[in-house]
Design a protein around this ligand. Structure first.
Ligand SMILES: Cc1cc2nc3c(=O)[nH]c(=O)nc-3n(C[C@H](O)[C@H](O)[C@H](O)COP(=O)(O)O)c2cc1C
Length: 334
């Protein structure tokens, strides 16, 4: 029977299937269910600073209602203030107490100071690692790419200085030089990189002439992007790579591992098929390993990465491109 155990950022996982940060982990019961269904680890839904700020604004507004007409009434009540991240942190602590598997706390903050403040608070909940969810759509045309990257690296470096837990950064695929950015992240001392975040994209309804902000789940075709980058970087970065976006079935998990991922994160497929789908993801990988005579994950991790091309990433890309051109020629002729 295959041994699926693996290491991610120094954490011991019983298998490489990790539940990605999502609304699924909003309930402690779901986190327990994910562990029972066989998850190797779970990333808890992000602590979003903007959400906290929004709630503080709403509370202030509610408390100031009628304050002008009944100013004296304010003195009857004790001063009420928003608990900031307390609610989120309390529930992360409860999740920690209810489970044994590695739990990863996730954070998306705004200013450098608050990234550090909330990262320290999350680290104190007992989570085993942190994931910095660097979700940012740069709409400011005056900000150059290099400035965007520098701001991110400064934030990550300052969190690294204050938190001793393993840290992964969840990045988007929309960087000019993904490999260089990952190299720089390694330089500031992080341990892993999640490839890639999936942004909420706006949709337009032409009938109602409205912009829609609806959440859509990913499709299997989207997995090609992380697959390419993981295969290109395996063996060339010291960071553990977590594949994310578009992983639906056990075969997809296997593909990511063959490309060189240390672990594979899943969200959409669990929303579609239920938390119990984790069991078939894990057993499917195990069956595939048995069928291919692999006893442990390390036996095949990265075997279809650029390392196969004698560590030549340019050849890896060119070979795929040439294969594509040749097959297209054959297709046009026939
Ligand atoms: C409903 C929902 C909520 C999500 N919430 C978070 C979140 O809090 N933090 C985060 O980093 N990613 C969040 N994500 C993104 C997922 O972690 C993941 O990166 C993305 O869905 C791509 O993986 P998938 O193709 O398996 O869905 C969310 C995704 C969904 C579908």
């Amino acid at each position: 029977m295959a041994d699926l155990s693996t290491k991610y950022m120094g954490l011991e996982l019983k298998n490489p299937v990790v539940v990605a940060a999502s609304a699924l982990s909003s309930k402690v019961d779901n986190i327990v269910a994910a562990e029972e269904a066989g998850a190797g680890a779970l990333v808890i839904r992000s602590l979003f600073e903007e959400q906290i700020r929004h709630e503080i604004g709403q509370l202030d507004e509610a408390l100031s209602q009628g304050a002008e007409s009944y100013a004296e009434a304010l003195s009857y009540f004790p001063a009420i203030s928003h608990g900031e991240a307390k609610e989120h942190l309390f529930w992360v602590e409860r999740s920690r107490a209810a489970t044994q598997m590695p739990l990863i706390g996730s954070l998306n903050a705004v200013s450098q100071g608050s990234w550090v403040k909330y990262a320290k608070q999350l680290a104190d909940t007992g989570v085993n690692a942190l994931e910095l969810n660097y979700y940012s759509v740069e709409a400011d045309m005056n900000r150059a790419g290099a400035d965007v990257e520098k701001a991110m690296l400064d934030i990550v470096a300052s969190v690294r200085q204050e938190v001793s837990l393993p840290i992964a950064v969840k990045i988007s695929p929309f960087y000019t030089s993904v490999g260089n950015l990952i190299q720089q992240l390694e330089g500031v001392g992080v341990n892993g990189v999640v490839m890639f975040n999936r942004f909420l994209q706006p949709e337009i309804d032409p009938d109602r002439e409205e912009v829609l902000h609806e959440m859509t789940y990913s499709t299997a075709a989207e997995m090609r992007v992380p697959l390419r980058w993981i295969a290109l970087l395996y063996g060339r970065t010291g960071l553990d790579m977590a594949a994310n976006t578009g992983v639906m079935e056990a075969r997809d998990v296997v593909k990511c591992l063959l490309a060189g991922a240390s672990v594979v994160q899943v969200a959409s497929t669990l929303f579609r098929n239920g938390i119990g789908h984790l069991t078939s993801l894990v057993s499917g990988v195990s069956e595939w390993m048995d069928g291919h005579n692999y006893t442990k994950v390390a036996d095949f991790q990265g075997t279809l990465s650029q390392a196969k091309f004698e560590g030549n990433p340019v050849m890896y890309e060119r070979a795929q491109y040439l294969d594509f051109l040749m097959s297209r020629q054959r297709w046009v002729k026939s």
